[in-house]
Design a protein around this ligand. Structure first.
Ligand code: WTA
Length: 635
């Protein structure tokens, strides 16, 4: 018997030891007993972090949608796979059974084929959280097309960059989306993006808001008539274990987003196994992750992980504040949610509204609470524990990344004693290491350092689309023979990990990773701007907010600063998206720089955080005089 379901702490330690002493035997047992293979592997694992190259289950053949859908048809055909909860609570929820999901995915897959999509082609999905989003993801996987989901809050220019980078042949979108009381013209954004993309052959448009949209003849097609005509069954494409399943873009420290490539077998095994254990999912449970499928959390823990376990997973189209701040709790009560997984920024926003919204609803179905995306502060942790979980539902603080594909450091619900603000212990098979600045591993407890992973795990990203060198430079060059996460962490006296945050140029705002470079690029395009630097500063709800230091080409009072601020934020909205707008913009005479010309963000960060007691030695700067001026005018 393999150890597919871990139930208590001793079992965790025992299975963990087995998974690190003999990873190949361990993962082979898990893969063998719990998944459907068309052909078994020849080799469980081969790896070399210096290239870097990692292969899991090489030689195996499978289709992930057979694991997520087909194999449940006999045992759970009439069980609800997906509950769609619309933006407007007056619109009724939709329950999609495994049988219906099979039918809808197959029809969609046949439409893709009819429009010329083949194995290995890239398909960009730019959709709101409606069933077509999950269905189109699975339809791509069904025929071996590589999906690239772009979060439907990104701007036309961000969308175009992603379409071009992976040379997508098709975009799947909708006539628009609902967001609280507003609607968003998604099709218009796609049209604008496509002005400048020449690889797109067709655009499929789902109807959601009944908007009047432009349909370009020969390129744009309404989805529903095509689905209605399509055949309801579609043989899955047989994929190799290491064939790419999807590309998902994440911000980096340079302007260009990184298209992280995830492959098929290892990703499937690891997301399914973590889902089952971290959340302790049981057959009749209803699970809800509030993330958007545009992010990795949605890929792994709304779609693939839950469906692979035959779970019932909720897709919520709306926002926590519409029609009021009780919406999440109304949904928990309505669908009797057992596992609830959200982000610290949402918890803080809800906590600010007080407990009266909670008190109106019966939350007694909740068994497990989860959090992801950024460090959770102690206050938010306790609010979640006291008021949502009533101290009875363990909080799984799950640390992981787009790059890791699945949850890496986390409590296992009911097994691992939780500790506020701690992600606690490495998941089965995960071997973390804390490193010092000289590249040496720091052993022992009560230490802190840079968080690395020493050994491959099945769901790690294999490369950056079209740029393997960048993959190597970003993740495998800082520390020899180790994957570097970009995060700092500390290990307490019993070996629990607490993630302290990014140590690079990525700032997490409301759970969204934002690289400073693309935002600075957008600002610098303003004709009046000479230079700029972005840093994060603490914000009660968003976790971090953005602070921009901007140097103008011409100083003096000739320009109206308030107008400039608006124009700068407008440029950012167009090029990156509204989530990257700056909360504060300070115009400065210059930016502090090292003698080699590097902007000293560390100093700027401290000033923005109003923590200027220990700025360090500024006398070695190229322009030390600039610092006092910036401090005098800090916002
Ligand atoms: C941060 C999200 C503290 C971290 C799945 C990581 C966290 C980045 C946690 C990845 C957590 C994620 N505690 N920090 N529980 N979870 N992070 O790629 O800095 O959107 O590197 O993946 O979010 O964000 P990404």
């Amino acid at each position: 018997m393999s150890n597919y379901h871990i139930k208590h702490l001793e079992e965790y330690y025992q299975v963990y030891r087995k998974s690190v002493r003999n990873p190949e035997v361990f993962w082979e047992e898990i893969a063998e007993e719990h998944f459907m293979w068309r052909k078994k592997w020849d080799n469980v694992l081969s790896w070399d972090f210096t290239k870097p190259e990692v292969k899991w289950f090489e030689g195996a053949q499978l289709n992930i949608t057979e694991n997520c859908i087909d194999r449940h048809l006999y045992t759970r055909g009439n069980k609800t796979a997906i509950i769609f909860e619309p933006n407007d609570p007056k619109e009724s929820a939709e329950h999609i059974t495994y049988k219906q999901l099979h039918d809808r995915v197959c029809r969609f897959a046949n439409v893709l084929k009819e429009k010329g999509i083949k194995k290995g082609d890239r398909v960009c999905i730019y959709l709101p959280m409606i069933p077509e989003l999950a269905i189109s993801v699975l339809a791509c996987a069904r025929i071996g097309a590589i999906h690239s989901v772009v979060f439907a809050g990104f701007s036309a220019s961000a969308l175009a960059t992603r379409i071009k980078d992976s040379e997508c042949k098709m975009v799947i979108t909708s006539d628009g989306s609902f967001r609280g009381s507003k609607t968003i013209d998604l099709k218009g954004i796609v049209d604008e993006a496509l002005e400048d993309c020449d690889t797109i052959e067709s655009v499929l448009v789902a109807k959601r808001i009944d908007a009047n949209v432009n349909m370009k003849s020969g390129r744009d097609y309404w989805l529903q008539p095509l689905l209605d005509e399509a055949y309801h069954d579609c043989e899955p494409e047989i994929m190799n274990a290491e064939d790419p399943l999807f590309i998902l873009y994440t911000s980096g420290s340079t302007g260009k987003p990184k298209g992280m490539v995830h492959t098929t077998a290892g990703y499937m095994v690891y997301t399914a196994y973590t889902f089952k254990n971290v959340f302790q999912y049981r057959e009749k449970d209803v699970y809800w992750c509030t993330a958007d499928i545009g992010w990795i959390t949605g890929h792994s823990y709304i779609v693939y992980g839950p469906l692979c376990n035959g779970a019932t997973t909720i897709m919520f189209e709306g926002v926590p504040s519409y029609p009021d701040f009780g919406r999440f709790w109304e949904i928990v009560e309505k669908h009797k949610v057992n596992q609830f997984y959200t982000a610290p920024t949402a918890i803080r926003a809800l906590a600010k509204e007080g407990v009266e919204h909670l008190e109106k609803h019966d939350l007694s179905s909740l068994k497990v609470l989860g959090t992801v995306g950024e460090p959770i502060n102690e206050e938010a942790w306790h609010w979640y524990d006291d008021n949502v979980g009533k101290k009875k539902a363990p909080i799984v603080d799950t640390w992981w990344q787009t790059e890791t594909g699945g949850i890496m450091i986390t409590p296992i619900a009911f097994a691992t004693p939780t500790k506020p603000t701690y992600a606690t212990l490495p998941f089965i098979g995960i071997q973390p290491a804390l490193m010092d600045e000289n590249g040496k591993e720091i052993k022992g407890n009560q230490v802190d350092g840079r968080l690395c992973i020493k050994f491959p795990w099945p769901s790690m990203a294999r490369t950056i689309w079209g740029n393997h060198q960048r993959y190597k430079d970003t993740y495998f060059s800082a520390f020899e023979n180790k994957y570097f996460t970009g995060d700092g962490a500390l290990r307490d006296e019993v070996g629990y990990y607490r993630i302290t945050g990014r140590v690079d140029d990525v700032i997490i705002v409301s759970g969204h990773n934002l690289g400073t470079a693309p935002i600075e690029d957008a600002i610098n395009e303003h004709p009046a701007v000479a230079e700029s630097a972005i840093v994060g500063f603490p914000h009660d709800i968003k976790g971090n907010a953005l602070y921009g230091y901007v140097t103008l080409k011409e100083t003096g009072e000739s320009r109206n600063h308030d107008n400039l601020r608006k124009e700068i934020n407008q440029l950012i909205t167009e090029q990156v998206g509204p989530i990257a707008k700056l909360d504060k913009i300070q115009f400065t005479a210059g930016l502090p720089k090292t003698r080699s010309g590097k902007i000293m963000r560390r100093i700027l960060r401290k000033i923005a955080c109003k923590d200027t007691s220990n700025l360090g030695d500024t006398s070695t700067l190229l322009n030390p005089e600039i610092v006092q001026g910036i401090m005098d005018e800090v916002l």
